[in-house]
Design a protein around this ligand. Structure first.
Ligand SMILES: NC(=O)c1ccc[n+]([C@@H]2O[C@H](COP(=O)([O-])OP(=O)(O)OC[C@H]3O[C@@H](n4cnc5c(N)ncnc54)[C@H](O)[C@@H]3O)[C@@H](O)[C@H]2O)c1
Length: 346
């Protein structure tokens, strides 16, 4: 397939691009290269004849039209977004601009391209969204695809708005769309402002490992390559107009997750005292959702997809990757926001 992947220099986008290219798809990565992007994430593809990179902003209609006409995609996988909840609390307007307005502009560019080709039924617009659109759960229950939207942060509200736009373009214009709503991702190449890389890097530096509140917030964790695999599965086999919840069936409280990472580091990079001794509880974030949990029955039963790794396996792989790739994260340490404000679970 000829694919355009937006946000492909970010954490999940680059995993999707690396996997799609390795499976023989012809990929154009489109990314504005914001603070969260890293071209090194695509370094393994250097010289690949079936990959090209375009620095462009999804909010630029002319650039998106040129990308469509130039690459002639069979499908667009849309991951470009502002993705960090805490940044959305500090500066919500960027989230509305990119996640809502940007998705609108990309949808229009895709629709015009698709229209100009005679509206092929085989075209796909796969929108990558989050379980956070569903709000917060109590101790029981799980999010299904029919759970009402109830976003609570500027980030999740902007993602919910973008999901609504994508569905509207399906119902109104017939654009063949698909949506994936995924739980928390972790793994290699995650920008060190998110919980897991910050825990690893703070522990390695011998710094405090702050955790929000009492660390009781529960998240459902999915290894990033399993998410990339799920997205390609949805793209190839999903039913048009449908959304699919993607989860790892790996629920953990933040504090337990942090302790597991510390235990892995105690084995791989021991210090005189256990790493967990430096866990510090700090004031909670406003509006911190208590629990997310994904019911992945639809993607499992309809598409036969399931995650390949347990949380234990994925965490060990992730910690080893950060230990083996210090030149990747050291190059990012000077960027704004790196290493600050932990424990939100994303
Ligand atoms: N990280 C998670 O746990 C998670 C879970 C579920 C869904 N998602 C969704 O997956 C997608 C990717 O998340 P991520 O964690 O890889 O994010 P990320 O912040 O690592 O990457 C986002 C990428 O989008 C690019 N980008 C931002 N604004 C852009 C613009 N205006 N034009 C073009 N490119 C732009 C950035 O440069 C960056 O490379 C997002 O849509 C996010 O909402 C993330």
């Amino acid at each position: 397939m000829r694919l355009i992947v937006t946000g492909g220099a970010g954490f999940i986008g680059s995993a999707v691009v690396r996997m799609a290219v390795s499976r023989g798809h012809d990929v154009l990565t489109v990314d504005a290269l914001t603070y969260a992007a890293c071209l090194d994430n695509l370094a393994p593809l250097e010289g690949a004849p079936n990959h090209a990179f375009l620095q462009a902003d999804i909010r630029d209609p002319a650039a998106m039209a040129r990308a469509m006409a130039g690459h002639r995609p069979d499908a667009v996988i849309h991951l470009a977004a502002e993705s960090h909840v805490d940044r959305s609390i500090d500066a919500p307007s960027n989230f509305i601009d990119t996640n809502v307005q940007g998705t609108f502009i990309l949808l229009e560019a895709a629709r015009e391209w698709w229209d100009g080709q005679g509206c092929p039924e085989t075209f796909r617009f796969l929108h990558v969204s989050t379980d956070e659109v569903f709000g917060s759960l109590g101790p029981g229950g799980m999010f299904t695809e029919t759970t009402p939207y109830d976003p609570r942060s500027p980030y999740s509200a902007s993602k919910a708005a973008s999901d609504h736009l994508v569905r509207a373009w399906f119902h109104t214009y017939g654009l063949p769309v698909l949506i994936g709503n995924c739980s928390n991702n972790y793994g290699p190449y995650q920008f060190p402002e998110k919980l897991i890389p910050v825990v690893i890097l703070n522990a390695l530096a011998g710094r405090e490992i702050p955790v929000y509140g009492e660390g009781a917030n529960v998240r459902d964790w999915l290894y990033v390559e399993d998410h990339a695999d799920a997205l390609l599965c949805i793209l190839e086999n999903g039913r048009i107009g449908r959304s699919y919840n993607v989860g790892g069936e790996n629920e953990a409280r933040n504090i337990d997750l942090v302790r597991r990472i510390c235990a892995i580091l105690d084995q791989l990079r021991p210090m005189p005292a256990p790493h967990a001794d430096r866990i510090t509880f700090v004031a909670d974030r406003p509006g911190h959702d208590a629990r997310y949990a994904i019911d992945p029955s639809r993607i499992r039963e309809e598409l036969g997809w399931r995650p390949s790794l347990t949380l234990e396996q994925g965490l060990e792989r992730t910690v080893r990757w950060y230990l083996d790739n210090d030149s990747w994260w050291r190059a990012l340490l000077g960027r704004d926001g790196v290493g600050r404000r932990l424990g939100r679970g994303r």
